[in-house]
Design a protein around this ligand. Structure first.
Ligand code: FES
Length: 164
């Protein structure tokens, strides 16, 4: 059967956060002029934009990679994937905030000595925060190197970070 021209490309992974991006693209009718809104949603759910995300969004909306990168790098609002060897994304969405996200950010600061948005001086870990990781039932949630950890306590987070 012929594929519809509106059929999206395959998501880069089976990470369920892609569903939020897909829903946004569908609502916008996969229109190329929805690029900024979709990048915004993608960054909201992942905390930053990496190459796979930019390629997927571009392909799904029919926008050439150059334009996607152009937009993603032009607006200071967008954060491209940080350069640290590892990434730690702390969710600060409502559910996570209520369940102790600020304690987790404080623990990150104590353990790594850096704040959200920064990379440790040795280039090992980049710390980011996201508004909602789509795992609210696991609040407070943290994603370390793409793996979601739920109901995380500061001591558990310390252990996870020290193991990187
Ligand atoms: S608010 Fe943190 S996962 Fe939704």
């Amino acid at each position: 059967m012929a594929q519809s021209t509106l059929a999206p490309a395959s998501a880069p992974s089976d990470d369920k956060r892609w569903r939020q991006v897909d829903v946004r693209m569908r609502r916008l009718g996969y229109r190329p002029d929805g690029l900024i809104e979709v990048l915004h949603t993608t960054q909201e759910v992942f905390g930053y934009l990496d190459d796979d995300a930019l390629a997927y969004v571009g392909e799904s909306l029919g926008v050439p990679p150059s334009k996607v990168y152009g937009v993603a790098t032009f607006y200071s609002h967008f954060t491209l994937k940080p350069q640290g060897e590892h990434t730690c994304v702390v969710c600060t969405g409502t559910a996570c905030y209520i369940n102790g996200a600020s304690g987790l950010l404080a623990e990150v600061g104590r353990t790594l000595g850096v704040k959200e948005g920064a990379t440790t001086p040795d280039g090992k870990v980049s710390v980011l925060k996201a508004r909602c990781l789509g795992a609210c039932s696991l609040a407070p949630a943290v994603v370390i190197d793409g793996e979601v950890h739920g109901k995380v306590t500061p001591p558990q987070l310390k252990t996870l970070l020290e193991a990187l």
